[in-house]
Design a protein around this ligand. Sequence first.
Ligand code: HEC
Ligand code: HEC
Ligand code: HEC
Ligand code: HEC
Ligand code: HEC
Ligand code: HEC
Ligand code: HEC
Ligand code: HEC
Length: 423
Amino acid sequence: MKRNILTEFIILLLLISLFLPSAAIAEEYVIGDQKTPVERSEGQEDATYVGAEECKTCHLEQYNDWITTGHNYKLNTPDEILAVRPDLPMPDGYTKDDILYIIGGWGWKARYIGADGYIITKTGENHDIDGKNQYNLATGEWVDYNAGKEKKYDCTKCHNTGSSYDTDQDNLPGMGGSWEFRGIQCEACHGPGSEHVAQSGGIGVAIVLNSEASMCGQCHRRGGDDDKIPASGNFVQHHEQYLDFLASGKMSDLDCVDCHNPHQPIHMGATNTEAGKGIIKACEDCHQNSVAEYNGTVMQLEGVECIDCHMPKASLSAAPESEFVGDVRSHLFRMDISADAEYIYTDPADNKQYANPALTVEYVCLPCHEDMDKEWAAEHAPEAMALMPEAPTPEESPTEPSPGFGILVTSTVLMAVYLLKRR
Ligand code: HEC
Ligand code: HEC
Ligand code: HEC
Ligand code: HEC
Ligand code: HEC
Ligand code: HEC
Ligand code: HEC
Ligand code: HEC
């Protein structure tokens, strides 16, 4: 089939626009995003925040793990993040002395806060260029984030410990809210610990031990609805693991900590070189039937893993790797493998984009099978977990252990040839 030149040209333009370095980032959230912080437990009602260094004295193991997670590096002074990511650049027109804090820079991207507490949105020698204010780690590119706008740092409830919106940190004009300690410290998940410490700790002593997914879901969500998964462009937006998870059918009966050690990192970041480190239960541990089905298949032998298909990078934080590959793994797990299934849709009610609760094959198969199209993927998806390698031809087959084995191989090959010819 021949494509006309106009179509080719339009496709080319679309492709180019996808990779424009300074494509604007439309990221939306409302303060109400984060549901109520951890509910305090008995004896904790009047407790105050004491900081992770206090907890370290008795919980060295948890502390040593936690210090390597992204949670600890959410809001950093330049020196703190440069200590673990020495090559992180400052925006054009700024030295590190002009920067009060850096947001992230651990895993995906960095945004910068100036001396007045505002997120920096103008760069260049005279600070008069709109944008180029977000640094994407994977590509080393500067992109626009709220270019030129006045942007307060009102993100604290998901980024810091003991946040409040009653006061502004250091009374700075650009600060919308305040915190007790920077980053997601122990007490962001366990509640304030002064009483627990005063009583020398102990099980059930004035501390929260909440293993429910909704606890993580305070921050790993976006928007107020539990049953809507906000999207932008081709991808679900980042920090929506809880919303994916709630939409994942029977898998949502689990909790995050059934698979995750809450104190260990998962993502490869400045202080973690091992992807998936904190995973305590893998798909294989619970899905023996699927393992049995998948073992010995073409793709299993080639090293394709469960999460390659069931948790592809269908969400986006910083920069997409390609048309259907973002940079954050999905937690939907399920698929709709039909060729006309859509992952992203626009809701006519508010004209915004959301994701359907199932992954589609262009996100699952095409990242590896780049030369193929969605129809091909949909056609082969039903057999994807059971696709056996072709049996070796008799000349290539290894020395036969027994005549019986030879007959088995030959008959399998003959059968395969017969089936192939028939198609
Ligand atoms: C003086 C020592 C001490 C300090 C300081 C301390 N803890 Fe504990 N904590 C304990 C002991 C003892 C236990 C009982 C279980 C154990 O031995 O791990 C405990 C248990 C816990 C538990 C499990 C609670 C349960 O009900 O199973 C959590 C969570 C916890 N601590 C968090 C913290 C946090 C957060 C801090 C810092 C704010 C902290 N601890 C500081 C001694 C301490
Ligand atoms: C991101 C949230 C989060 C952070 C941050 C966090 N914890 Fe925990 N912690 C949990 C959860 C959830 C559990 C329960 C795990 C489970 O049920 O398997 C837990 C369990 C514990 C326990 C019980 C024993 C264990 O290891 O399961 C202790 C003690 C503890 N945490 C201490 C700490 C200390 C000390 C810090 C900081 C250095 C910390 N936690 C940081 C979420 C967190
Ligand atoms: C509802 C909670 C929530 C709010 C509100 C929120 N964030 Fe985040 N943010 C997260 C979570 C969770 C992650 C990491 C998980 C992910 O990206 O999928 C994250 C990641 C980031 C990162 C990347 C960190 C890194 O190491 O690469 C940056 C930068 C960031 N957020 C900036 C902001 C800014 C700026 C605001 C406010 C304008 C904001 N966030 C508001 C929850 C939130
Ligand atoms: C108070 C808000 C908050 C809570 C509660 C929270 N997170 Fe996070 N989480 C964040 C933010 C913000 C980041 C981004 C940190 C960064 O990269 O700078 C993050 C990053 C992560 C990452 C990627 C970084 C890494 O170290 O691999 C994982 C995994 C994660 N969170 C798991 C969890 C789990 C599991 C829970 C519940 C046990 C949880 N989080 C609870 C805010 C939170
Ligand atoms: C702690 C155990 C556990 C782990 C780990 C686990 N699962 Fe599951 N999964 C279940 C249970 C239980 C069900 C529901 C019963 C069933 O369908 O077998 C389920 C169901 C599913 C379903 C069907 C959901 C539906 O409602 O249609 C998919 C798909 C799935 N799991 C994929 C995965 C993948 C991929 C992984 C690894 C990332 C994984 N699971 C890890 C326990 C687990
Ligand atoms: C090459 C891609 C691929 C790999 C690798 C893969 N799967 Fe699947 N899996 C699929 C497809 C496609 C389906 C069918 C989905 C459908 O029919 O809706 C499926 C179905 C499933 C289901 C049934 C879901 C349901 O709706 O009942 C489970 C459970 C599952 N896979 C688990 C696993 C586990 C565990 C592994 C690793 C041992 C694995 N898969 C590896 C592609 C893959
Ligand atoms: C069935 C197991 C399972 C459950 C349940 C689960 N996760 Fe994960 N999670 C994983 C696996 C597997 C990875 C990817 C590990 C890897 O990259 O090798 C992951 C990765 C992540 C990441 C890093 C994403 C990235 O691309 O680097 C975050 C953040 C995260 N999970 C948060 C959560 C939160 C929050 C919950 C609960 C709402 C949750 N997870 C529930 C298995 C699970
Ligand atoms: C992580 C990479 C990866 C993912 C994801 C993946 N595959 Fe594969 N696939 C491979 C590799 C590697 C092979 C073996 C080498 C080859 O034949 O290309 C293979 C082989 C195949 C084959 C047999 C050879 C061929 O090209 O005809 C089919 C059919 C296939 N995959 C279909 C799928 C489908 C359908 C999906 C999605 C449900 C999928 N694959 C997802 C990597 C992947």
